[in-house]
Design a protein around this ligand. Sequence first.
Ligand code: ADP
Length: 174
Amino acid sequence: MSERMSVIQGDITHAEVDVIVNAANSSLLGGGGVDGAIHRAAGPALLAACKVIRQQQGECPPGHAVITEAGNIPVKAVIHAVGPVWQGGENHEAELLEQTYRNCLDLAAANGYRTIAFPAISTGAYAFPKELAAKIAVDTVYRYIGLRPLPEQVVFVCFDDENTRIYQQLLAQL
Ligand code: ADP
């Protein structure tokens, strides 16, 4: 078990970290699932910040991420990451999910953030198989932090029992 990685079950808007990751969609303009929960908790300032980025950069493609303020959520920033939609596994879904996690870690580190919380990106509406998504998340983070000082702590926030069990097992094997 890496001391720099942990899993908790709950709502990511309550995570006590420097930065939380949102599983956004390419529009960056809000959606359901964790995206909806984050926008509800953050209030309108978050959507306004996303709209500015959207106007500047256009849509955010799968694998990419952008960073904004956090509105009313008591963290320093929100990273909006667009995971891949599962289309059967032959469309670079695994690579894109790995890239999504790496881009989030890069953004956190570049901003000097020490602690980051991830949801199980792509495992809700985007239908990525949970076991595979968790393995990619845990392996990518483990490799990344093994080479770098930041982020110091990575928390996987699982909403459902199945993801919680899967992540607990994977972290126990490290
Ligand atoms: P995606 O479109 O990337 O699949 P979803 O928001 O539909 O994004 O689901 C991603 C994961 O986030 C799912 O495992 C879902 O159970 C979980 N989730 C939903 N609400 C929350 C929340 N408030 N905090 C943390 N995780 C959440």
